[in-house]
Design a protein around this ligand. Structure first.
Ligand code: WT7
Length: 637
C-alpha cells in the first residue's frame, strides 16, 4: 500500500513539489509499506541519460508476488482477486479469491520448476485472456523467471522472432482461442513458430476450447496434467531490485521490434502508485481494464496494479461487439464494475452502433472512467462521458508507453482537471518538457514541441533485451539529459498536456504500435513486390489506418484480377510476417515512389495524399521524378 495517496488538489501540488524537490524522500515514502526482504541502499541510482541505465531501490530484495498475493492473505484472503468473464456470455464466469489465486500461482510455479524453468529463464506466453494466463505470469514472477507475453494475434513468424531474441526455453499456450466470432488455433501457430526456435524445450498447453491439437512427445505437456500432482506451496524466489521481471516487444521506427525490459522493484512501486492515484481506488472497487495482457496496459493495469493494491480485477476474454455491441455494458452491470478503463478505438467502434445498446443497462456501479492508447477525440470523450458515465464519472485520459511502465500524464480522477482531448497534468514524480528540434526546452504555455521527460521515474525502461545500445540510442541519446518519447505534444493555456501524435515512423492503429519499416519489410516479402512505402492516415475507428504504396514487380497491373491477386499477396505477406492486426487498410499500386535525388522516399507527400490532401503538397522540385506525384494523386484510395 503506497504511503502517498493524493486526495485533493492542494495535496496534488504539494506532492508534486515534494517529488521534484526531494525525489529520494518521496519515493522512499511511497515504497515503505511494501514487503521487502531487504530494504534498498539507494532510492535512485545509475545514470538516467545518456547511458540509460537508471536503477531504483538498488540493493533491495523482494518478490513481487508476495506483494501481489501473500501480503493480502491476512485481511483479504476471501476477497475476489480475479473475475474472469468468458468470450461467450453463456459460458460460466469464474471468480478467484486471493487465497485461491495464491494457491494456483504457487502450483503453477512448481510446474515450471518441475519442467526445468528457473530464475532468469525466459518463458513466453501466447494465450487467450483466461485465468491461466494471469496465473502463469505471476508464477513466473514467483520463481524469478522472466515472462514475455506475446499478444495472441501475432503470426508464427513474429512469435519465432521474439522467442529467438529472448532465447525462451518454455512456452505456455492453449488448445485454441475464441475472440468474438473468430477462432485462432494458437497451439498450431506455436507449433509452426517452433520449427525455427531451438531454444524451446517445453510447451505447456491449457485445455480451453477442446479443439484437437497435436502434442509433440518429449516437448509438449498438458497444463491440467502437470498441475495435478504438484504442491500448493512454493516459496517466493528472492529477487534483486534490478533483476528483470518481463520483456514486452514493441515496435519502433526500425524494422525489428524491440524487447522492452522492466525490472522488479521500480516497476512494482510505479504500477501500484499510479494505479491507486490515477483511479483513486477504494477498497471495494471492481476494476476492469479491457486491454489484453499481451499489451503493457494489461500487464500494469489488468494484473499487477490491481493485485498490488489488493483490488479486484476483471479479465475479459472477448471483444466489445460480441455477441452484441452491448457486451461491455452488460458485463459492467453483471459484475458491478466501478472503474472502467478502455481505449478510444473501442469507444468509437461502439459509437457507430445505436446508443440503445448502452441505455439498456443501468451502469450505476460506475465511478471512474479511463482512456488509454491514443488521443481521445472530443466526440468520443463526450459520448463516453454522457452515455457511459452519465455525466457523473470523472474521465482520466492516461498518457504513457510500454517503455514508461505505467501512467505518466493524466488527471487524478476527480482531483485534477479533466478536459476533453487533454491527457492533463503529469503525475507526481514525472517531469515532462517540450523540446525544440535542436533539443532546447520550450518554456511557457500555449506551446508545442517534442515531448521528453527530464528525470528518471521508477517505471522507466531499463534496457532493450540483448541490445542495451539500442535502448540508449532510441530513448536517451537523441536529447542528452532527457528520455525521448517519440511523441509530439502541446501545453495548453492552463499547462495541460495534449498529445499530438508520434513524430517518428510509428503508426498507432487502434492503440497498437507498428513501425512503418516493419510493415514495409513484411510487404516486401510478397513475390509481387519490388518496393513499398507505408504511412498512417486518419481512420474513424482505429485512430490511424495503414496506407501502403506498393511498386509491383511486373509494373502496374492492367486487369482487376491482376490487381486483386497482387493485393491478396501483399496482405498475405503482412499476415504471415506480423499478423492480422497489421493488415493494411488501403493498398495503392504505383509505378514509382516520390524520391529525392539521393533516393530518400518523401513520406511527407505520401502522408498528405493518404490524408486526402490533394493540393499543398509542398515543395516537389527536389524530386527525382515529379510526375510520380501526379500518378499517385490520380490513383488515391
Ligand atoms: C504510444 C505508446 C500506454 C499503453 C498503450 C499504448 C500513444 C498512449 C495515449 C493517450 C495520446 C497516447 C502515444 C504513445 N498514447 N496513450 N492517452 N493520449 N496518445 O502503449 O503501444 O507503448 O504506445 O501510444 O503515441 O507514445 P504503446
Amino acid at each position: 500500500m503506497s504511503a502517498i495517496r493524493t486526495r485533493t488538489l492542494e495535496e496534488y501540488h504539494a506532492d508534486y513539489q515534494h517529488s521534484v524537490e526531494d525525489p529520494d524522500a518521496f519515493w522512499a515514502a511511497v515504497a515503505e509499506p511494501f514487503t521487502w526482504h531487504r530494504k534498498w541502499d539507494t532510492v535512485r541510482g545509475g545514470e538516467f541519460s545518456p547511458a540509460g541505465t537508471s536503477t531504483w531501490y538498488a540493493g533491495a530484495t523482494l518478490n513481487l508476488t508476495e506483494n501481489c498475493l501473500d501480503r493480502h492473505l491476512e485481511q483479504r484472503a476471501n476477497k475476489l482477486a480475479i473475475i474472469y468473464e468468458p468470450n461467450d456470455p453463456k459460458v460460466r464466469h469464474l471468480r478467484l479469491t486471493y487465497r485461491e489465486l495464491h494457491a494456483r500461482v504457487c502450483q503453477f510455479a512448481n510446474v515450471l520448476k518441475k519442467n526445468g524453468v528457473g530464475k532468469g529463464d525466459r518463458v513466453v506466453l501466447y494465450m487467450p485472456m483466461i485465468p491461466e494466463l494471469a496465473v502463469a505470469v505471476l508464477a513466473c514472477a514467483r520463481i524469478g523467471a522472466v515472462h514475455g507475453v506475446i499478444f495472441a494475434g501475432f503470426s508464427a513468424s513474429a512469435i519465432a522472432d521474439r522467442v529467438n531474441d529472448a532465447q525462451a526455453t518454455c512456452i505456455l499456450t492453449a488448445d485454441g482461442l475464441n475472440r468474438g466470432a473468430k477462432q485462432i488455433p494458437v497451439k498450431s501457430v506455436v507449433d509452426e513458430a517452433l520449427e525455427t526456435c531451438p531454444s524451446v524445450r517445453r510447451v505447456i498447453v491449457v485445455e480451453h476450447t477442446g479443439w484437437p491439437v497435436e502434442m509433440q512427445g518429449g516437448r509438449d505437456a498438458w497444463y491440467h496434467e502437470e498441475v495435478a500432482d504438484v504442491d500448493k506451496d512454493c516459496p517466493a524466489e528472492v529477487m534483486a531490485a534490478e533483476d528483470p521481471l518481463f520483456i514486452l516487444y514493441t515496435s519502433g521506427s526500425t524494422g525489428k521490434p524491440k524487447g522492452v525490459v522492466h525490472t522488479q522493484a521500480g516497476y512494482m512501486v510505479w504500477a501500484d502508485y499510479t494505479f491507486r492515484n490515477v483511479f483513486q481506488i477504494e477498497e471495494n472497487d471492481v476494476f476492469w481494464c479491457t486491454a489484453d495482457i499481451g499489451w503493457v496496459t494489461g500487464h500494469t493495469y489488468g494484473l499487477y496494479g490491481p493485485l498490488l493494491a489488493g483490488g479486484t480485477t476483471l479479465l475479459f476474454e472477448g471483444v466489445p461487439t460480441y455477441p452484441s455491441p452491448g457486451r461491455f455494458w452488460e458485463v459492467i452491470d453483471k459484475h458491478h464494475v466501478s472503474v472502467f478503463y478502455t481505449a478510444p478505438t473501442a469507444i468509437r467502434s461502439l459509437m457507430a452502433h445505436s446508443v440503445d445498446h448502452v441505455l439498456a443497462y443501468s451502469l450505476h456501479s460506475l465511478r471512474v472512467l479511463g482512456s488509454v492508447g491514443e488521443p481521445i477525440n472530443e466526440e468520443a470523450w463526450y459520448w463516453y462521458d454522457q452515455h457511459v458515465g452519465k455525466g457523473r464519472c470523472p474521465i482520466v485520459d492516461t498518457w504513457w508507453q510500454t517503455e514508461t511502465g505505467g501512467i505518466m500524464i493524466s488527471a487524478l480522477a476527480g482531483i485534477t482537471l479533466s478536459v476533453p482531448a487533454r491527457a492533463g497534468l503529469p503525475l507526481p514524480g514525472v517531469q515532462p518538457v517540450l523540446l525544440n528540434q535542436d533539443g532546447t526546452e520550450i518554456e511557457g504555455n500555449n506551446q508545442e514541441g517534442y515531448l521528453a521527460i527530464k528525470a528518471s521515474w521508477p517505471g522507466v525502461i531499463r534496457t532493450t533485451w540483448g541490445d542495451h545500445e539500442r535502448a540508449r540510442q532510441t530513448y536517451f541519446q537523441p536529447y542528452p539529459g532527457y528520455y525521448f518519447t517519440g511523441d509530439g505534444a502541446r501545453r495548453d493555456a492552463q499547462g495541460l498536456y495534449r498529445i499530438v501524435g508520434r513524430v517518428d515512423d510509428v503508426i498507432n492503429v487502434s492503440g497498437h504500435r507498428f513501425g512503418t519499416a516493419e510493415i514495409e519489410n513484411a510487404i516486401n516479402q510478397s513475390d509481387y513486390v519490388v518496393e513499398s512505402a507505408v504511412v498512417g492516415y486518419p481512420h474513424d475507428v482505429k485512430g490511424q489506418g495503414i496506407y501502403a504504396y506498393v511498386i509491383c514487380r511486373h509494373g502496374l497491373p492492367t486487369t482487376d484480377l491482376e490487381t486483386q491477386k497482387a493485393e491478396a499477396s501483399i496482405i498475405e505477406a503482412v499476415v504471415a510476417a506480423i499478423g492480422r492486426i497489421a493488415k493494411p487498410d488501403k493498398i495503392q499500386l504505383v509505378s514509382g515512389l516520390p524520391k529525392t535525388r539521393s533516393g530518400k522516399i518523401m513520406r511527407r507527400i505520401l502522408r498528405k495524399v493518404a490524408e486526402g490532401e490533394t493540393t499543398n503538397l509542398g515543395d516537389v522540385t527536389t524530386l527525382l521524378d515529379p510526375q510520380v506525384v501526379d500518378e499517385i494523386l490520380g490513383g488515391r484510395k
